[in-house]
Write a protein that binds this ligand. Structure first.
Ligand code: ASP
Length: 604
């Protein structure tokens, strides 16, 4: 037996007992003949005391940091107790020890406050994972995993695996592809999600499916994305939106209870997509705080009547004018407002300026555009914004999407600044009634906002069935008859982060073909890419729907972190590299030859 106890287990109840521990040497502190060693394992740290005077056979000189040792001795009450750790009342008086394995000097200290930089710790991730912080993260991840499985098992879901080597049908992101040696010149793709498989499982009659599964997306890695990440992927047959919302409201509340001991008692708030965009500027509102937007002008129409007929060119030419009201902000100094102006001008926000109105405690109003408005008119605008005395109104204007995005960022910044985004507070929201289609600026084309398997809202289906137009041909989205079609889709948002999303699916061939056609896919392409699914829909596909949650993201948020990387055992860096494995890497000529792949040397 290597050990009788773990390093996190011993306390005063074990006093005078003979025990054996095994673990890693975290620190060695030598005081003459006495040496203290902190011995670490997954469970904790125990102080070992080596007294070379008392036990002449001990020679601790060869011990170094991260050596793996086994130590035997008596548990003894400490005079100087450490109340910070569970084993802090005792120490082990070592009578004998064995070095099980030596260690090189680690490249950084393996303690809570490590001295290692990010890249170095990524390279030696196996050492970084010895630190208690990362261990706690992994423990939390496992707790979320366990809670998810328990709940879904209780609800009669089956965990069914789906393949990783599938057909490339790039829709949203780019696929990772895998060359096939046995079918030279042909490629598999790694799934961006098991979407079509879980739908096929419903056609097969499995009724309730889930999987905690890896998904792969070859995207440029924006902040805190990983090329491979984990989803809690779920699908149910014979359901409507309401059934799904209730089932997964149950799941997330169960996770909160099991993992965080939090009773999320109130029903999860529900906000329609358009209300969310109108009030918060985006579709993932952080509802821990108010600071809701005031819509003064929207898509060229003045909503606030006081803006009408003024001589202020900036407002007159803007498509959209939006404001937020900062309580007690009227006494912001010139420096503070200047800082905000600089902030909105940063390239990430990209606005050309910020206007403001200060409504003083003494009822005076001042603004950054006094020249164009009388005091009375400014009062009216401030009233329109429901400003109280002492408030500061921040105003952004410009093109619709950009201005909304900017003000939603400004709202978050102000929320942060005012201490309204409490890390220990959790606010969940369902956002529903998304548009079915959206314009993808990057790809310069119309796409399904969720994915092309999402059903339109039942009341909107007739708009599609009775129309042959392709949204892909629309010069102006807003004028297209499909523009206001709503999807039977929903997202779950936690503290301003999308943590899950799903939809009721199309389950009839005719409507699915219509959807593909609307996206500009001709019959041949439909058959080539999705013939299997269209075919399956002809063999009694039940009505069905589902959802997928970002597992890594949920773990990070419950752990109080913004970074999913800290909750993945072996993550990639910002450039999509595994710096520990040094992957991706080149492969040798023989492998390339077998795959019949020639590299373009000019491009490498
Ligand atoms: N497959 C979808 C996704 O990964 C989720 C879903 O519709 O269930 O976003």
């Amino acid at each position: 037996m290597y050990r009788t106890h773990t390093c996190g287990e011993l306390n005063l109840s074990h006093n005078h007992k003979q025990v054996t521990l095994a673990g890693w040497v975290q620190t060695v502190r030598k005081f003459g003949a006495i040496t203290f060693v902190d011995l670490r394992d997954r469970y904790g740290i125990t102080q070992l005391l080596f007294n070379e005077e008392l036990t002449k056979t001990l020679d601790i000189n060869p011990l170094g940091r991260e050596f793996v040792i086994q130590a035997t001795g008596k548990v003894s009450e400490r005079t100087n107790k450490n109340t910070k750790i569970p084993t802090g009342a005792i120490e082990l008086l070592v009578s004998s020890f064995t070095i099980l394995n030596k260690s090189l000097v680690p490249p950084f200290t393996i303690q809570d406050d490590t001295d290692g930089g990010d890249e170095l710790r990524m390279k030696y991730r196996f050492l970084d994972l010895r630190r208690s912080e990362l261990k706690k993260n992994m423990e939390l991840r496992y707790a979320v995993n366990r809670a998810t499985r328990n709940y879904l098992h209780q609800q009669n879901f089956w965990d069914i695996e789906t393949p990783f080597l599938i057909k490339s049908t790039p829709e949203g992101a780019r696929d990772f592809v895998v060359p096939s040696r046995m079918n030279a010149g042909e490629f598999y793709a790694l799934p961006q999600s098991p979407q079509t498989f879980k739908q096929l499982l419903m056609v097969s009659g499995f009724d309730r499916y889930f999987q905690i599964v890896k998904c792969f997306r070859d995207e440029d890695l924006r902040a805190d994305r990983q090329p491979e990440f984990t989803q809690i992927d779920c699908e149910m047959a014979f359901v409507q939106q309401e059934d799904i919302l209730q089932m997964f409201e149950g799941l997330i509340k169960y996770i909160f209870k099991e993992v965080k001991k939090i009773d999320y008692a109130e029903p999860i708030e529900r906000i329609s997509w358009s209300d969310s965009v109108w009030n918060y500027g985006n579709d993932k509102p952080d509802t821990r705080f108010g600071l809701k937007l005031k819509n003064l002008k929207v898509r060229g129409e003045n909503v606030c009547p006081e803006l009408e007929g003024k001589n202020f060119g900036v407002f007159n030419t803007a498509e959209t004018i939006l404001a937020i009201c900062i309580p007690d902000g009227a006494d912001y100094s010139r420096k503070q407002t200047d800082e905000l102006i600089e902030w909105v001008k940063r390239p990430q926000i990209g606005m050309s300026g910020l206007a403001f109105i200060k409504k003083g405690k003494d009822e005076t109003v001042k603004s950054s555009f006094d020249k164009f408005f009388t005091e009375q008119e400014l009062h009216s605008v401030a009233n329109y914004c429901s400003a109280s005395s002492g408030d500061l109104i921040l105003i952004l204007c410009g093109a619709e999407e950009k201005t909304r995005k900017a003000i939603s960022e400004l709202r978050l910044k102000m929320g942060e600044q005012l201490g309204l985004r409490n890390k220990n507070e959790y606010k969940l929201v369902w956002v529903y009634d998304f548009p079915l289609f959206e314009y993808d600026e990057e790809g310069n084309r119309w796409v399904a906002r969720h994915h092309p398997f999402t059903a339109p809202k039942p009341s909107d289906i007739s708009k599609m069935i009775n129309n042959d137009s392709k949204i892909s041909d629309a010069a102006n989205y807003l004028n297209h008859p499909y523009a206001d079609i709503k999807a039977n889709a929903y997202d779950m948002v936690l503290n301003g982060n999308e943590i899950g999303g799903g939809s009721i699916r199309i389950h009839q061939r005719a409507l699915q073909e219509k959807m593909f056609a609307a996206l500009g896919m001709d019959e041949e392409e439909q058959t080539h890419k999705f013939g299997f699914l269209l075919g399956a829909f002809e063999y009694g596909a039940p009505p069905h729907g589902g959802i997928a949650f970002g597992f890594d993201r949920i773990c990070a948020l419950l752990g109080g972190s913004e970074s999913i990387r800290d909750y993945i055992a072996f993550p990639k860096n910002n450039a999509g590299r595994d710096v520990m494995l040094d992957a991706p890497s080149t492969i040798d000529e023989k492998q390339l030859h077998e795959l019949q792949i020639k590299l373009d040397s000019k491009k490498i």
